[in-house]
Write a protein that binds this ligand. Structure first.
Ligand SMILES: Cc1cc2nc3c(=O)[nH]c(=O)nc-3n(C[C@H](O)[C@H](O)[C@H](O)COP(=O)(O)OP(=O)(O)OC[C@H]3O[C@@H](n4cnc5c(N)ncnc54)[C@H](O)[C@@H]3O)c2cc1C
Ligand SMILES: NC(=O)c1ccc[n+]([C@@H]2O[C@H](COP(=O)([O-])OP(=O)(O)OC[C@H]3O[C@@H](n4cnc5c(N)ncnc54)[C@H](O)[C@@H]3O)[C@@H](O)[C@H]2O)c1
Length: 506
């Protein structure tokens, strides 16, 4: 078995697409654990992790740190999961677009300012390819140094402890066994039956990097995190974007005032919003202007655009796992139920990350992977924290932590708000961001911070200041008593705190 597995490992290392990275041809040590482990082991591995996304990575490395023998299965030729392949791509595309269009600088140099005219997909791909390659490289180093075996195969259950491997060369297919299994297979874009995704005229987030060119007009169906991020990015590129969502309000989990302000900026950037609308049908058009798509809405409106992007949610990636063989069921969206320790209904089999549904973030998936591995090998660890940030890389970007005004109102909590506009800080004036705002919510009695909501440049960084103060039970007074670096966007915290305290006794 050891020899068989070694063959698998050599094959796997040869197969994984590391791109043009420097150490590709340098001999790498075999990552199989020392033979003594196998003298007593009942299984080939202590842990098999199915999926190499953020949840699988952290689970595998945590188990390896506990001195367990671990194999990670990845069915794609590239490690990293949706996080590297799609999530990183969307963030990096945004950065590339902001840079090349000169968007950030336009408040200073005028609306016609741009770094490059006629931006192509090729221009955007330069930066994206570089960042993705760095991430894959780093992940591979982490697996190698922690002696995690990487196998390029699709895994499916034979029984509780046995996983069948479908390798790119099917002659090498075989089964391997493990004491514990962590399912970290992530999620896929959900597409309704009326939609035929061809990856060009009608596409999902996974297809963006393969678009042959930037469409002149785009209809985005679904205004969740993915839809809004791409709306902003394409609109900044000058694409005529229409956003369709079946709900009258976007991002219902976020603060109303922040979402309203985001909507204002989307409109300012040329996005047309069609909210409270459902898609009835989609038709292909071919005329003298080329191939296009017509989206027919239930209300009778129609939208014609070069392409349509669908982002109406995600479905657990469980279709090929043969979960029945392990006695595990999934819900209508392919998601697996778990207990507080991420254990499925079968002892020793865990599920983490996108495949268990909300919040399906890289940050939370990583933490879940680690917690599951610790539980599997009886390592004491704290539970998943109640408090975690949620960020959406729109333009301007949105970040939040803790409660919203409507949640506090529904719960009958007496709270006050403190607000700051980025424009009040020198740092933001220098950067040319005149859109940003930061909002603190705090308890009027205890003065403890209950929520922080930010819209603007670096919101995803700034939110962690609020997170740290909240996690330690800090009050609004912390921000007025602390000395805050000048010039910095963090000054917004002090301004918002003073604004809030002044409201308590106007
Ligand atoms: C466009 C987009 C942007 C995003 N942006 C952000 C963001 O800014 N911040 C954030 O926190 N989150 C973001 N997310 C969400 C984040 O990417 C996911 O929450 C995260 O990747 C989930 O991690 P995971 O490990 O559970 O699954 P994934 O990353 O999906 O990885 C699962 C892996 O398992 C593999 N796999 C599946 N089935 C098998 C099998 N049977 N055998 C072997 N391998 C298998 C898949 O090929 C995949 O590589 C974004 C998602 C998308 C789609
Ligand atoms: N920055 C981030 O943290 C980030 C970025 C991207 C994605 N993600 C994660 O990826 C996951 C998926 O994101 P998503 O945006 O695809 O899904 P989502 O579930 O967040 O949003 C889907 C949106 O589509 C709308 N919708 C659903 N069906 C529709 C229909 N038939 N017609 C019109 N509108 C419809 C919904 O009202 C909703 O607004 C989320 O869990 C999110 O957390 C996170």
């Amino acid at each position: 078995m050891v020899q068989q597995s070694r063959q698998g490992l050599d094959y796997a290392l040869g197969w994984f697409d590391t791109g043009n990275i420097a150490f590709q041809n340098i001999p790498v040590p075999l990552t199989r654990p020392e033979p003594w482990r196998f003298a007593v082991a009942a299984y080939d591995y202590d842990l098999i992790v199915i999926g190499s996304g953020p949840a699988g990575q952290r689970a595998a490395i945590q188990a390896a740190k506990l001195d367990k023998s671990v194999a990670v299965l990845e069915r794609l030729p590239m490690l990293g999961g949706v996080d590297v392949n799609t999530g990183t791509a969307s963030k990096t595309l945004r950065e590339a677009v902001l840079h090349l269009t000169g968007f950030r600088e336009r408040n200073i140099y005028g609306d016609s300012y741009s770094v490059k005219q006629h931006i192509t997909m090729g221009d955007l791909m330069v930066r994206t390819g570089y960042v993705m390659q760095q991430q894959v490289d780093m992940l591979r180093v982490h697996f190698l140094t922690n002696q995690v075996e990487m196998i390029n195969a699709e895994g499916s259950f034979v029984d509780h402890h046995t996983i069948n491997l479908s390798l790119p060369d099917s002659r090498l297919n075989r089964a391997i066994t493990s004491d514990k299994v962590i399912i970290a297979v992530g999620s896929l874009s959900t597409t309704p039956p009326i939609v035929h995704v061809d990856g060009r005229l009608i596409f999902v987030s996974d297809d963006v990097l393969n678009l042959p060119n930037i469409p002149r007009s785009l209809t985005v169906v679904g205004g969740g995190a993915i839809g809004l991020e791409y709306c902003s990015t394409f609109a900044a590129l000058g694409v005529r974007v229409t956003l369709v969502d079946r709900n009258p309000r976007l991002l219902q989990f976020a603060d109303d005032e922040i979402v309203d302000t985001l909507v204002y900026h989307l409109r300012q950037n040329g996005v047309t919003l069609r909210l409270n609308e459902n898609v009835n049908d989609i038709e292909y058009l071919r005329d003298h202007r080329g191939d296009r798509v017509r989206v027919l809405l239930e209300s009778g409106k129609q939208i014609i655009s070069d392409s349509v992007m669908y982002c109406v949610g995600r479905t657990g990636n469980t279709a090929n796992l043969n979960l029945e063989a392990a006695g595990i069921q999934v819900d209508e969206r392919g998601r697996i139920s778990i207990d507080d320790n991420y254990q499925t209904c079968v002892e020793g089999i865990y599920a983490v990350g996108g495949v268990i549904g909300f919040p399906d973030l890289t940050s939370t998936s990583r933490m879940q992977g680690r917690l599951a591995a610790c539980h599997a090998f009886e390592e004491p660890i704290k539970r998943f924290p109640d408090l975690f940030p949620y960020t959406v890389r729109t333009i301007p970007e949105l970040a939040m932590i803790g409660k919203t005004e409507s949640q506090l109102t529904d719960a009958g909590v007496s709270y006050e708000i403190g607000k700051a506009n980025y424009q009040e800080t020198m740092s933001s004036v220098m950067q040319g961001d005149n859109a940003g705002m930061l909002k603190l919510l705090f308890d009027t009695e205890s003065r403890k911070i209950l929520g922080v909501h930010i819209l603007g440049e670096d919101a995803a960084e700034l939110i962690h200041i609020g997170q740290a103060v909240m996690a330690h039970g800090g009050t609004v007074d912390y921000f007025t008593e602390a000395v805050i670096s000048y010039p910095s966007l963090a000054e917004c915290y002090a301004t918002a705190a003073l604004n809030g305290i002044n409201r308590l006794d106007p």
